[in-house]
Design a binder for this molecule. Sequence first.
Ligand code: PLP
Length: 383
Amino acid sequence: MSTKISNNVENVELSGIRKFYNKVLKVDNAVSLTLGQPDFQVPLKAKEAMIQAIMDGKTTYTSNAGIMELREEISKYLNEFNINFNADEICITVGGSEGLFATFTALINTGDKVLIPTPAYPAYESCVKILGGQVIDFQLNDQFNIDFDKLKEIICREKPKIMVLSYPCNPTGAVLTEKDRNELYEIIKKEDIIVVSDEMYSSIYFGDKYYSIAQYNDIKDKVILVSGFSKMFSMTGLRIGYVCARKEYIDSIVKVHQYNVSCAPSIAQYAACEGLKNCLQDVEYMKNEFKKRRDYVYNRLVDMGLDVNMPKGAFYIFPSIKKFKIRSEEFCEKLLNEAKVAIVPGSAFGNGGEGYIRMSYCYSMNELEEALNRLEKFISQFL
Ligand code: PLP
């Protein structure tokens, strides 16, 4: 019987992150550093706001774009980082995932070219392929930053309609530097291109100042910001994200969002709203904890002799295994079977990820220590 599944969907694979997470479930006593699921509780006041919303009967549909109170809080919050979108330019989505999908759906015609950095979060490539767009890979440099000569050349050659930016970066931990932001601005100002900037980890950056391409008002008509609260308030299962864009774009994004999900979960919107109003100190606490874990994991990996960049944001680290002359998937399979540690092969993050492994350090110190002890023993066979 011929398949009835769409070619676009058939050509997309299940996420390599989940693939390894599912494998770990079958191995006894394995330690998993696979998922981007922080081990913190949702801040207490946010939980209470959600319970109160249930008790108050705020369990009906909200407006498609989300409750005004939350959109206003997001607008105020972003303003602190010099990012200016008003409440009418914000749509609350079912996690950042739906925000990305609604954005790409609103923009992509069949065959449209989308420039995607590699390595990168795998959803960009899969969404674009499902929607019939054409993925143009853009290889990041050894520090996982932009090589501007290459970028200019590829834009000139391919003339992509959309460019994806993803900072702070999953899987590499790289952030957008001031210099790169300024250089990007010059390019975007000149080119006929729309930027989709995924800033899901904007609350977890370890430097003093946060830089985003959405900080320029004069190119605001070319920048769509996607973000959310899954990581910020450690509420991955509550599914609240958001998209910010100028009116013309946001109206189309809301249209897609409306036909897909009607609205984001009402009670979780109230939790996020309370989070922005009264839980930013919890966010600061989590960030400082992630920083301690980052330092610990980085130092252990360096001591083991692995080549690794110091992450500057998010909660992932992406060491190179190139010198072991083994493919990342094989390395991770062996590591799981022989040492009972689950991490994600770099190849799950596109062509540019081969030769690397991704470890998530949003796990407890005990789990990190145990996983690193096992990893250390395991890699001695390659040295
Ligand atoms: N963007 C990036 C870079 C991510 O790492 C993730 C989740 O891991 C998402 C978007 C999706 O986030 P959400 O869980 O809010 O859908």
